[in-house]
Design a protein. Structure first.
Length: 331
C-alpha cells in the first residue's frame, strides 16, 4: 500500500491545524491562517519576491470567477500585467495549459525516479500544477507555492484532470509539514528565486524520508546565453554585488530574487545543507520549446543539442549551458 500524504501543520511550531473553509488555527501556538478557495495560506512574514497582500487579493479575485477554466484564469492573470502584449499573454497561457503534457515527458525522462517513487511527493514551487497533474494517479502528492493566486489556477487545472492533491501557500524556508515523511521532493526553476536557499535545503532534509530522491532544475549562472528572466547577456559573469546595477543599466528593471547558481555552487550547497548525494547534468533543450524560438535562437538551440552528443563536450556544457538538472538521493 502506498504511503498517505501527511496533513498540513503549523509552519511556526509544527502543531496541528484546526478550522473551516475560511480560516484555520494552530492548536498548539494559536497562530491563525486564512483559507482562500480551499487553499490554506501558511506563509510566514519572510522576505520573498511577491507581495503577500496583493497576491492574496488577486487569489480572492480569481476565486470569485467560480467555475472558470484554468485557461481562463491563467489568461486573466497575465492580462492584468502592465505592458504585456496579446501575443505574450496567449503564449504564456498556452504554456500553462500544456504544463501537464510537458511534465509527462519529464516524468518519462529525467524525473523517472520521482514517477517510480511510492511517495508521497512534495513539489516546492508547484506553480500552476502541471507536474502534480501528470504524476501517476497512485502516488500521493502535495504542492506548495509562494503565490496563492497561482495556486487558485493550479487547483482548477487539477480539478479539470480529476486530481485533488492538497495545495498550500507556503515558503520553502518554512515547510508546513512534519518531518521525514516524503519519498520524493521536486523543485523546478525554484531554487534561484528563494530568499534563503540554505534554509530551504535544511527544510528539504527535515521533511524527506531515508532513501528519498530530490530533483531540481535551474538556469545556469555562467550560461553563454542571455539571463532568462531579464533577457540580458552576461549577468551571471558579473560579481553578484554588481548584477542588479548592470541589469538596471541595460533594461531599467529591478533585479531582485533572482540568484542564479553554477552547477558547482548548487552541488556544494546541497552537500553542505543536506545528507543527499547529488549529481548534475546538462539536458537537451526540448524540441517542443525550440519550435517557439526565433529562427536565430532555434538554430543556436539545435546546435547546442548536437554538441551534447560530442564526446567530452557534454561535460563542458554542464558549466556553460543554459540550464542544468540535479538528481540527488538521501542515504
Amino acid at each position: 500500500m502506498a504511503p498517505q500524504a501527511p496533513d498540513w501543520c503549523c509552519p511556526r511550531c509544527r502543531g496541528p491545524l484546526l478550522g473551516d473553509e475560511l480560516s484555520i488555527r494552530c492548536a498548539s501556538c494559536g497562530a491563525a491562517y486564512d483559507v482562500v478557495a480551499g487553499i490554506p495560506d501558511l506563509r510566514l512574514p519572510i522576505s520573498a519576491w511577491i507581495d503577500f497582500d496583493r497576491d492574496k487579493a488577486e487569489a480572492r479575485r480569481l476565486a470569485a470567477y467560480g467555475a472558470a477554466s484554468a485557461e481562463a484564469l491563467a489568461r486573466e492573470v497575465f492580462q492584468s500585467r502592465p505592458h504585456w502584449t496579446d501575443e505574450r499573454v496567449t503564449l504564456r497561457t498556452r504554456q500553462v495549459v500544456e504544463g501537464p503534457v510537458r511534465a509527462r515527458h519529464e516524468l518519462a525522462g529525467w524525473l523517472a525516479a520521482v514517477a517510480a517513487s511510492p511517495g508521497p511527493v512534495l513539489e516546492i514551487g508547484c506553480g500552476t500544477g502541471g507536474l502534480l497533474a501528470a504524476l501517476p494517479a497512485g502516488i500521493p502528492a502535495l504542492g506548495i507555492d509562494v503565490s496563492l493566486a497561482w495556486l487558485v489556477v493550479a487547483r482548477r487545472l487539477l480539478l479539470e484532470r480529476g486530481r485533488h492533491p492538497p495545495l498550500a501557500a507556503a515558503l520553502g524556508e518554512a515547510v508546513p509539514l512534519p518531518a521525514a515523511c516524503f519519498g520524493a521532493i521536486v523543485a523546478l526553476d525554484v531554487i534561484e528565486h528563494v530568499g534563503n536557499l540554505g534554509r530551504v535545503l535544511t527544510e528539504v532534509e527535515r521533511v524527506s524520508a531515508p532513501g528519498a530522491v530530490l530533483t531540481c532544475s535551474t538556469p545556469n549562472r555562467f550560461s553563454l546565453g542571455a539571463e532568462p528572466h531579464v533577457g540580458v547577456w552576461g549577468v551571471g559573469w558579473f560579481p553578484r554585488p554588481f548584477q542588479a546595477a548592470y541589469v538596471k543599466a541595460r533594461t531599467g528593471e529591478e533585479y531582485r530574487f533572482a540568484r542564479l547558481l553554477s552547477a558547482r555552487e548548487a552541488l556544494r550547497l546541497i552537500s553542505r545543507h543536506t545528507s543527499f548525494v547529488p549529481q548534475a547534468s546538462a539536458p537537451p533543450i526540448p524540441t517542443e520549446e525550440i519550435v517557439r524560438f526565433s529562427r536565430r535562437r532555434a538554430a543556436l538551440a539545435r546546435a547546442y543539442n548536437r554538441l551534447r552528443r560530442v564526446p567530452g563536450v557534454r561535460a563542458l556544457l554542464l558549466w556553460v549551458g543554459p540550464f542544468f538538472q540535479i538528481t540527488a538521493r538521501k542515504p
